[in-house]
Design a protein around this ligand. Structure first.
Ligand code: AMP
Length: 480
């Protein structure tokens, strides 16, 4: 299945390919059609499965195709960190479209409250909020949700664990009855069922069970620049003798190139990819199973379905596309309760992805320092976004509304930032307004001129002023 199969707005699909999403994850495959068909949904999926895009993509599609634009979607998330991550995904997915969002979370001064309130009153498509602050705003009548069409509860089980059950029910009492409700939860304890019965109408149910890596796998990772990877592989093979090894690469071009280079030092090695004839593949696999062939360098076609015992090392030459692929790849070793080693090479660009894999499998993988002879590798700092998918510079501490996409409006006043088309400013100017930090390459920007909200707008805020909050609290539990 591809993203084209969902008939999403082409600008959204373009954003996906710019982000490097080549195919939908299982949760996306199942959720997107349900949400596009306006059906309520309860989905059991953990972080790392692609769950955020699973609900954002169809909602963004619906928003940009709706005739009247107003506060359309409310996403409730347990923590400020998650709210900000969701907002970043809207920014990235919505890079080529004209959609706005604002995060609302606890902490900060009265000024922050005013800014959040004002940005919402000025009009935004999506609000991402933590429950406590949102409820406080609703209680004083500062937000009007009368046109709301989508309610998303993200990580619902975590919100209930944090004691937000009653707050959520109260928030929902402010929302229109006629809405689509989408509930995502990593687990399905009885209280989630109770909540679902209370707030969802005839929901579709999706359950994405993720198996955890086998206990017998020793998982390791190296932080390394691409140009150090070959030297690192040599080091790994010199350090210990492995009988049966698979090296995974995400692209077959990399497989071919790497296999050709490695064959000079490891003669018993073969590439394995989809360009080979079926007969060749079968022969290679037979030799690998018989242990006549020591090393296979292959794409993810090797990661599923092949059951070869005795593989003692799996190397991820690059970080797999998602958590599931990681689990499938490393699951080639330590089969049938044996032990094995799985080593992942992480370059500076793949850190975020690796961090979400760690979240999915529920543990942090130790990062080993590369040998000094290879020079220094990059530091592991997954919290810092590097490029692509819209910038998110730090600092400022002012929660703002953002307009997603290439164009920025040039309205006066502070507090609002809108991403997406609809502006008429030139690319260079916009870049300056964004502070030029971490944005998508300018060459990829598109400028749309779609009509947007009628109300007054505040001026765009530099990306470096992205919301960070002024406090150290990551939630806005009612106690605040
Ligand atoms: P989530 O489960 O929403 O926390 O997403 C986990 C990670 O997977 C995030 O870094 C997403 O950017 C990434 N992701 C989501 N969907 C896809 C996809 N279809 N292909 C590759 N990566 C994806």
């Amino acid at each position: 299945m591809t993203f084209q199969d969902f008939n999403l707005t082409p600008d959204l699909v373009e954003g996906l390919s710019a982000m490097g999403y080549t195919k939908p994850t299982p949760i996306q495959e199942q959720s997107i059609p349900v949400i596009l068909h306006d059906r309520d949904l309860i989905a059991c999926a953990q972080t790392g499965t692609g769950k955020t895009a699973a609900y954002l993509l169809p909602i963004l599609h619906k928003i940009i195709n709706s005739e009247h634009r107003h506060l359309n979607t409310l996403v409730i998330a347990p923590t400020r960190e998650l709210a900000l991550q969701i907002d970043q995904q809207i920014e990235a997915l919505g890079y080529f479209i004209n959609v706005s969002s604002i995060t609302v979370y606890g902490g900060g001064s009265g000024v922050v409250w005013e800014q959040q309130k004002r940005a919402m009153q000025l009009g935004t498509d999506i609000v991402i909020a933590t429950p406590g602050r949102l409820l406080s705003m609703l209680n004083v009548g500062d937000i009007n949700f009368k046109h709301l069409e989508h309610l998303v509860l993200d990580e619902a089980d975590r919100m209930l664990d944090m004691g937000f059950y009653d707050d959520i029910v109260r928030i929902i009492s402010y929302l229109p009855e006629d809405r689509q409700t989408i509930l995502f939860s990593a687990t399905m304890p009885p209280k989630i069922r109770t909540l679902a019965n209370q707030i969802l109408k005839d929901p579709a149910e999706i359950n994405i069970a993720i198996s955890k890596p086998a206990e017998g796998i020793l998982q390791m990772a190296y932080m390394t620049y691409d140009q150090q990877k070959f030297g690192l592989l040599k080091h790994i093979f010199q350090e210990k003798e492995y009988k049966s090894v698979i090296i995974f690469c995400s692209r077959k071009e990399t497989v071919k190139r790497l296999a050709a280079e490695l064959k000079r030092i490891i003669p018993s090695l073969h590439a394995f990819h989809s360009d080979l004839e079926q007969e060749q593949r079968e022969e290679i696999m037979r030799n690998f199973k018989n242990k006549q062939l020591q090393v296979l360098v292959g794409t993810d076609i090797l990661s599923r379905g092949i059951d070869v015992t005795g593989i003692d090392l799996v190397i991820n030459y690059d970080v797999p596309p998602d958590g599931e692929d990681y689990i499938h790849r490393i699951g080639r070793t330590a089969r049938a309760e044996t032990t094995g080693t799985a080593i992942t090479l992480i370059n500076e660009m793949d850190q975020q992805r690796f961090a979400s894999i760690e979240r999915l499998i529920g543990r942090e993988i130790p990062k080993t320092i590369i040998p000094a002879a290879l020079g220094e590798g990059p530091a592991y700092t997954p919290g810092i976004r590097r490029s692509g998918g819209g910038g998110n510079g730090r600092g400022g501490g002012k929660p703002q509304q953002k307009r997603h996409g290439g164009n920025k409006h040039s309205h006066s006043g502070g507090g609002q930032q809108r991403h997406g088309g609809g502006g008429n400013g030139g690319g260079q100017n916009q870049n300056r307004q964004q502070g030029g930090e971490g944005g998508n390459p300018d060459g990829q920007k598109k400028h749309h001129n779609k009509p947007r909200h009628d109300g007054p707008r505040n001026g765009p805020r530099p990306q470096g002023d992205r919301p960070q909050g002024n406090d150290n609290n990551s939630t806005d539990k009612p106690a605040q």
